[in-house]
Design a protein around this ligand. Structure first.
Ligand code: ZN
Length: 322
């Protein structure tokens, strides 16, 4: 029984930075939240990240801190800590070296990884993926993120861009995506996809609770309102969620056929809709996957909730950062 090791874990989101101290059993001690303030520029975002870490460290002076782990949007060079690309929610973040930023303020070892990689690492160690070796994680929210763990290791790819499942092209002549591609999974099943689908269904059939919720102004529809309308029994909202689930299953069938994972873990705000969505996802995956790999995969909700990213980021320091 040695003294326990601890690490600081930070999860950088589009609106907030969650920072915490995590131990080698995945338990969270002190935690705090700072605004990201992405619209105020990357200098401010960096200052907020540093403030969050300072506050966390000042609240755990009695603990043996091994390092700082950070999960951030974008494709991240895991070796250097540089943001390589695709972080549309933090404008200007591409090109920033997060590791150097941390090294300029703190005298601790630091690892930086993609935010979804960090979250799925947390789920793998302590959440829905505990005990598995081959898992895939996706987050359904403002965007769609993905991460892959093969044989107990995060699969980052040859140049750290692996696991970008949100940009699987589902439709070759579909909706243009922010990434420059066409018909990406993210354009159909993220919160903006749900909004778009709801508006399109309402144009042909206007009897829906959603119309009164936005007083007839369809532009005001959000995925949260669709979820609320679904819980109140609205048929259009139900159809939107069913179709979103089915399309998600189609996208997952691609990865099921390629990787034959044990589990697919789904997190993010949209995943909290629950069983109705998950059953539609399973139906879609079953429809398009090969029977044997489909029969061996469980598609399950994430377990660690909003803290997954911060726990996983800290755990990259404590448990295997390779
Ligand atoms: Zn895309």
């Amino acid at each position: 029984m040695g003294s326990k090791n601890f690490a600081v874990g930070c999860d950088m989101g589009a609106t907030k930075i969650i920072s915490c101290v995590v131990d080698s059993d995945g338990k969270v001690g002190y935690e705090c939240r700072f605004p990201t303030e992405a619209a105020r520029g990357t200098k401010k975002v960096g200052e907020n990240l540093i403030s969050a870490i300072k506050e966390t460290l000042s609240n755990c002076k009695d603990k043996n801190i091994s390092g700082i782990g950070i999960g951030t949007p974008g494709q991240i060079n895991f070796e250097t800590g540089e943001v390589l690309g695709s972080a549309p929610n933090i404008p200007g973040w591409t090109g920033v070296n997060v590791k150097e930023l941390i090294a300029s303020e703190f005298d601790y070892p630091c690892v930086v990884d993609n935010d979804v990689n960090a979250a799925i690492w947390g789920e793998f160690l302590y959440g829905a993926g505990k005990g598995c070796k081959d898992i895939v994680g996706i987050t359904l929210g403002t965007g769609i993120g993905g991460a892959v763990i093969v044989d107990g290791k995060l699969y980052r790819g040859s140049k750290f861009c692996g696991g970008e499942l949100g940009h699987i092209s589902l439709k070759y002549d579909g909706i243009p995506c922010r990434c420059g591609g066409i018909g990406c999974f993210e354009e159909y099943c993220s919160s903006r996809g749900i909004k778009r689908m709801a508006i399109s269904k309402l144009k042909s059939k206007k009897r829906s609770l959603l119309v009164s919720m936005v007083e007839g102004d369809l532009k005001k529809i959000t995925s949260e309102l669709v979820t609320q309308a679904y819980h109140k029994g609205d048929e259009i909202a139900k159809a939107v969620i069913r179709e979103t689930g089915r399309l998600t299953g189609y996208a997952l069938s691609i990865i099921i056929n390629i990787l034959n994972p044990e589990k697919i873990i789904i997190g993010g705000g949209i995943a909290t809709i629950g069983d109705f969505l998950f059953n539609a996802i399973r139906d879609g995956a079953k429809e398009r996957s090969l029977p044997v790999p489909y029969s061996q995969v469980s598609i399950v909700p994430a377990k660690l909730g909003v803290m997954a990213g911060a726990i996983g980021a800290g755990s990259l320091i404590l448990k295997g950062a390779q």
